[in-house]
Design a protein around this ligand. Sequence first.
Ligand code: FES
Ligand code: FES
Length: 179
Amino acid sequence: MAADAQPVGVALEVNGEPVRVEVPPDEPLADTLRGRLGLTATKIGCGVGACGICTVLVDGEPMSGCLLPTVLAAGRAVVTVEGLADRAPALTAALHEAFEAEGGYQCGICTPGQLTAAVALLERNPRPSEQEVRAHLAGNLCRCTGYAGIVRAVRAAAAETDGASRPVAVARGEEAASS
Ligand code: FES
Ligand code: FES
């Protein structure tokens, strides 16, 4: 931050809760989540948008938290890996089980980003092909697993939860609308 830059007040939603933070104008969202809000499950790797380790959902879309300035998240809904179970309970549980069963992680540093990106994919496409999983996760690098276990895990979770992968808020809204 430039020496004369003043902190900026930013209001956003994080894991379903309204949050207000005072941040330097150039502070990345990943730093705000980890350093100011204590949400340290989001990891930081390259810091320049190349590895996907810092992936969070912003209005349902996977984004690199190391690239997005927090000021640009104002008014938006952010979900971190800590909030996935509330957003998509069955899907998140199935992904956790499948990553373990299929060898989807080793050191685990990339896993929060992989899980977050996988939730975004399966909410949109409940039964992705292997190629679709690989394409969607292409920006989430893993230097341990060779990717095969991750791809198997995402497809296994998809098979386990077919039709149950919509965000809870969306499902609730549809139920309310049809009743
Ligand atoms: S730490 Fe954000 S993309 Fe690598
Ligand atoms: S499990 Fe180690 S980098 Fe992916």
